[in-house]
Design a binder for this molecule. Structure first.
Ligand SMILES: O=c1ccn([C@@H]2O[C@H](COP(=O)(O)O)[C@@H](O)[C@H]2O)c(=O)[nH]1
Length: 593
C-alpha cells in the first residue's frame, strides 16, 4: 500500500470458495491504482493486488486448479495517477501492465478522447498482446485511415493445471460516444459475423465472455442466446462492468455473470466447479465428486487485512518483490505528479449519493449553490440572467472532510469538459430544459440519446432510494422481533457494501454495516443574475459541453430550433481547473496542521 494509506480495519470475513477454475476480476478502476488514500477498507494499491494474485497463483498450483485474471475496461479517467500527467497516463500505463492479466478488453472511457484511444492501441494492446480482445471494436489508423480490429477478436486456450479448453471473447456495450478514430459495432451485428458464428461452434469446455457491459442489459442477453443456441450444455462465464456496482447474475444453471464494482474498491472472485473436460480422459472418482456444477462468487474489499486473510499470510510473508516494486513505482509517480499538493480543506463530507439531493451534505447542492454560482460567470455577460445546467455524471466521487489535494480534483472531476452556452434563449423555453432532461427520457430516444447517461453510472444499479437502518442502540437490541433487521447490523461493523444479487446476500467477503443510497437527478441547475421581480424575457443557457446533444434536443422539443452553430464557449478554462481554483480560493485553510 502507499505510505500515506490508512490501515485497514479488522472485520468479520467470509472465505473464498475455490473450484477447478477460479478468476480474479477488476473493472472500472479509472486510474485508482494507488488505492483509496482516505478510506481504509479500499486502501490496497495495484502492487498489493499483484502480490495477492501471485500468492493466489501459488495456491492454485499447489492444489492443482487454475486461476485466471480478467480486466473489463475503464482503466483510465478518474484519478490523478492517470489524469494528472501530460500526456495523460504517463506513469499509469506502465504501472497497470505489471499485472499478469489473462483476458482484457476496452471500456468506453478508453474511447471518449481520440488521444486516449490511440494510446490504447499503441500501448495497452501491445502490453497485453494475445490477451487483449476486441470482439466488436475497430481502430482507424491515423497514418493510413485504414480500419482494423483494435485487437484480436477472440482467444482460444487451454488452462495450465486442469487442461480446460476455453474460448474467450471481449466486448464493449453499444457505445456511441466514442471519438472518431474508433468504430464500435453493435453487439447484435457482431453476432451475425462469420468469425463469431465459427467461434461459438468451436469444441471447448467453457465459453468465457468478458466485456465492458452491464450484466442485465441487452448486449449480454443477445450474446447468451447466441452462444446457448449452439451449445445447449457448455458452461458460459460472463464478466461485466460499466455500471460501477457489485453484481452477479444467473442466466441459467450453467451460465453466470460477475461484475466487480469500481475504482479499485472491489476485486471480484469467481470459482467454477464441475466442468467436464470433453477433450480429456476423466478420472471417474473425480467425475463423481464433481457431478454437478457450481458457480460461486465473492466481492473482495481491496485492502491488506483481506488479502492477508485470504492467503493466510501476514505483513512479512504476503508481499512479493514484484508487488513491492510496483507499489514503490506508484509512490514515485504520485510524487512526480505532486498529487498530494494541498489545494484546501473541505469543511465537511459531501456525498454523491449517501445524502439526499438537495441537502446540506449533498455534493450536488454544493456544486449548484456554491461552485456553479461562482464559476459559471463570463465577465462579459455576468449581469445577464442565466440558467446553468450540469450533468450529475460529470462528478465522479465524494469529497471527504479534510485535505483536498490535486489528486482529489481529478477524483471528483476528471473530464476535460468546458462550459458553453446559447445566448438569449427565451426564458419560457429555457426553463423547461431541466425538467425534460430529468423526466422525459422517451423524447430523447428518437435521437438515440439516453438520459440515464447524464447521471453517474452507479444510478443504473438502483431502482429506488436505499435508506440504511440506524445502527441499533442498546435498547433496540432487546426490543423483540419487530427490530429483527436491525440486529444484523452490529455497531462494530465498518460501513460498506451489503450486496444483494441473484445468489443472495452473502457475496461480500467483508461483513459491513449498510450505507444509504439516494437517487439523484440526471442534471442540476443554478439560476443566476435573475431580475428581482418577475421573469426575464431571455436568458443565457449555460451548460457543460458533454450534454450539448441533450440540450439541443430538449430545446427543439419546446419549439426552439437551435443547432450546434448557435453554441459558443462560455468559459475558456476546463471545468476541472475552475473547480480547483474555486477550492483554492474558498477552502483555503490548511487542515494538515
Ligand atoms: O466527458 C464526460 C464523460 C462521461 N461523463 C459521465 O460518465 C458516464 C460514464 O461513466 P462510466 O464510468 O463509463 O460508466 C456518462 O454516462 C456520463 O454521465 C461525463 O459526464 N462527461
Amino acid at each position: 500500500e502507499q505510505p500515506s494509506a490508512p490501515k485497514p480495519v479488522a472485520a468479520p470475513m467470509r472465505p473464498l470458495p475455490w473450484g477447478q477454475l477460479n478468476f480474479l476480476q477488476t473493472t472500472d478502476t479509472h486510474g485508482w491504482h494507488a488505492g483509496h488514500l482516505q478510506e481504509p477498507q479500499y486502501s490496497a494499491d495495484w502492487g498489493d493486488y499483484i502480490s495477492f494474485a501471485e500468492r493466489m497463483h501459488e495456491k492454485a498450483d499447489e492444489i492443482g486448479v487454475d486461476l485466471l485474471l480478467i480486466d473489463t475496461g475503464d482503466r483510465i479517467e478518474g484519478n490523478g495517477l492517470y489524469d494528472g500527467s501530460s500526456p495523460k497516463g504517463r506513469y499509469d500505463y506502465d504501472i497497470f501492465r505489471e499485472q499478469d492479466i489473462d483476458v482484457i478488453c476496452t471500456g468506453n472511457h478508453e474511447l471518449y478522447q481520440a488521444d486516449a484511444a490511440a494510446r490504447e492501441y499503441t500501448r495497452t494492446v501491445p502490453n497485453f498482446q494475445g490477451k487483449y480482445l476486441a470482439s466488436n471494436l475497430d481502430y482507424i489508423k491515423p497514418e493510413t485511415g485504414e480500419t482494423i480490429p483494435m485487437a484480436q477478436r477472440f482467444r482460444k486456450f487451454t488452462t495450465k493445471n486442469q487442461g480446460i479448453r476455453v474460448l474467450a471473447l471481449g466486448f464493449l456495450f453499444d457505445f456511441t460516444g466514442n471519438a472518431n478514430n474508433t468504430v464500435v459495432q453493435p453487439v447484435e451485428k457482431t453476432i451475425e459475423e462469420t468469425w463469431f458464428q465459427d467461434a461459438i461452434r468451436e469444441d471447448v469446455d467453457l465459453f468465457l465472455v468478458i466485456g465492458h457491459v452491464t450484466l442485465h442489459g441487452p448486449e449480454y442477453k443477445a450474446l447468451y442466446r447466441a452462444i446457448r443456441s449452439e451449445n445447449w450444455d457448455t458452461p458460459i462465464q460472463f464478466f461485466g462492468g460499466h455500471s460501477h456496482i457489485r453484481d452477479f447474475a444467473r442466466y441459467d444453471s450453467k451460465a453466470y455473470a460477475l461484475q466487480s464494482g469500481r475504482y479499485m474498491e472491489t476485486i471480484g472472485w469467481m470459482s467454477i466447479d464441475g466442468i467436464k473436460r470433453k477433450g480429456k480422459k476423466e478420472d471417474p472418482k473425480e467425475l463423481e465428486l464433481r457431478a454437478s456444477m457450481t458457480f460461486q462468487r465473492r466481492y473482495i474489499d481491496n485492502n491488506l487485512f483481506g488479502y492477508h486473510y485470504h492467503t493466510a499470510l501476514n505483513e512479512s510473508t504476503f508481499p512479493t518483490e514484484h508487488g513491492l516494486n510496483v507499489s514503490a513505482a506508484i509512490h514515485k509517480a504520485r510524487k512526480a505528479l505532486e498529487l498530494d499538493y494541498l489545494y484546501g480543506c473541505a469543511p465537511k463530507d459531501l456525498w454523491m449519493s449517501r445524502a439526499p439531493y438537495p441537502s446540506e451534505n449533498s455534493l450536488f447542492s454544493w456544486l449548484e449553490k456554491e461552485v456553479l454560482a461562482d464559476v459559471a460567470t463570463n465577465p462579459e455577460r455576468k449581469d445577464n440572467p442565466r440558467l446553468v445546467i450540469y450533468n450529475t455524471g460529470g462528478m465522479r466521487f465524494d469529497i471527504f472532510k479534510g485535505s483536498f489535494t490535486r489528486d482529489s480534483t481529478y477524483i471528483v472531476s476528471p473530464f476535460t469538459s468546458r462550459l458553453e452556452y446559447i445566448k438569449d434563449v427565451p426564458f419560457k423555453a429555457a426553463n423547461q430544459v431541466l425538467p425534460l432532461l430529468n423526466n422525459a427520457g422517451p423524447i430523447f430516444e428518437a435521437e438515440n440519446l439516453k438520459t440515464w447517461q447524464l447521471a453517474p453510472p452507479e444510478q443504473l444499479g438502483y431502482q429506488s432510494d436505499i435508506i440504511a437502518p440506524q445502527l441499533p442502540t442498546q435498547d433496540s437490541l432487546f426490543a423483540g422481533p419487530a427490530q429483527a433487521p436491525l440486529l444484523q447490523s452490529s455497531p462494530d461493523l465498518v460501513p460498506g457494501y451489503t450486496t444483494k444479487d441473484d445468489a443472495g446476500d452473502d457475496g461480500d467477503d467483508t461483513l459491513h454495516a449498510p450505507i444509504s443510497f439516494y437517487k439523484i437527478p440526471n442534471c442540476i441547475q443554478s439560476t443566476l443574475s435573475m431580475p428581482e421581480n418577475g421573469d426575464p424575457e431571455t436568458v443565457d443557457l449555460v451548460f457543460v459541453d458533454f450534454i450539448q446533444p441533450w440540450i439541443l434536443t430538449a430545446l427543439r422539443f419546446v419549439g426552439q430550433t437551435y443547432n450546434a452553430s448557435h453554441v459558443e464557449p462560455y468559459r475558456e478554462e476546463i471545468f476541472t481547473d475552475l473547480l480547483a481554483d474555486w477550492i483554492k480560493e474558498n477552502w483555503k485553510k490548511d487542515c494538515t496542521k
